[in-house]
Ligand binder design. Structure first.
Ligand code: ZN
Length: 125
């Protein structure tokens, strides 16, 4: 099932997606496949996986934990990062992304002609 068709893809999950999709670095929700079954059954301790080549993710439980959703989406972010760096980003950034998403803080799209004076955040700290 595509991500945009998943009933749980709303609220904090959408905001996590929006934060990570800045600068068009993520495939569109209708391009991300959420596998019901993993192609290969992972170890019991694995709760989610990303399949970069096919823009797909799998989660052991639905809905996935918000931090896990952020973690696996980070794996799908288009970047020139190495695999080792990618896992470090995913582990270290997923909780930060969730904090932003829970507080509804979506950074504005970053344009090359953008200046700091034109950026404003509306938050509810
Ligand atoms: Zn990972």
């Amino acid at each position: 099932m595509k991500l945009d068709k998943c009933a749980w893809f709303e609220d904090v999950y959408v905001r996590i997606y929006q934060i990570l999709a800045l600068e068009d670095r993520l495939p569109k929700p209708e391009e991300i496949e959420v596998f019901e079954k993993p192609p290969v059954e992972p170890r019991e301790t694995v709760y989610g996986q990303a399949y970069k080549n096919t823009n797909a993710v799998w989660f052991r439980t639905i809905p996935p934990a918000d931090w896990l959703f952020a973690h696996e989406l980070i794996h799908l972010v288009k970047d020139k990062k190495t695999e080792e760096l990618e896992e470090i980003y995913a582990c270290n950034l997923s909780n930060f992304i969730v904090v932003l998403a829970r507080k509804s803080i979506i950074p504005p799209q970053i344009q090359s002609d953008c200046t700091f004076s034109s950026i404003s955040f509306s938050t509810s700290f």
